[in-house]
Design a protein around this ligand. Structure first.
Ligand SMILES: [Zn+2]
Length: 99
């Protein structure tokens, strides 16, 4: 299975102190645990590529941001997913885009 080696660097760093207040949940995806933050999309001025379906997430669309709960550099590994794509992540076997 080919590994998509594309890494996204987001402009705005995630504020962990602020996001720790109940908006972030910890969920399992495959063999790993991920922090999941639901965002409204308001204020997002750009679109993201969803690893689940390889389609863009247009600005303003509510979606989720996930990043590894274990390991270092997790913030740099975060991904933006469509909410339904994340919810269906275990049923969807991608071409390895998440890792
Ligand atoms: Zn998607």
């Amino acid at each position: 299975m080919p590994r998509a080696n594309r890494r996204r660097r987001d402009d705005a760093p995630l504020n962990l102190d602020r996001t720790a207040g109940g908006l972030v949940t910890r969920q399992r995806y495959g063999a790993e645990e991920w922090f999941v933050r639901r965002v409204t999309g308001a204020g997002a001025g750009r679109d993201y590529l969803c690893p689940g379906c390889q389609q863009s997430i247009p600005p303003g669309m509510p979606h989720v941001v996930v990043w590894p709960a274990e390991g270092i550099g997790g913030i740099d590994d975060r991904r933006h997913w469509h909410t339904p794509c994340w919810d269906a992540r275990e049923r969807r076997h991608t071409t390895g885009a998440i890792r």
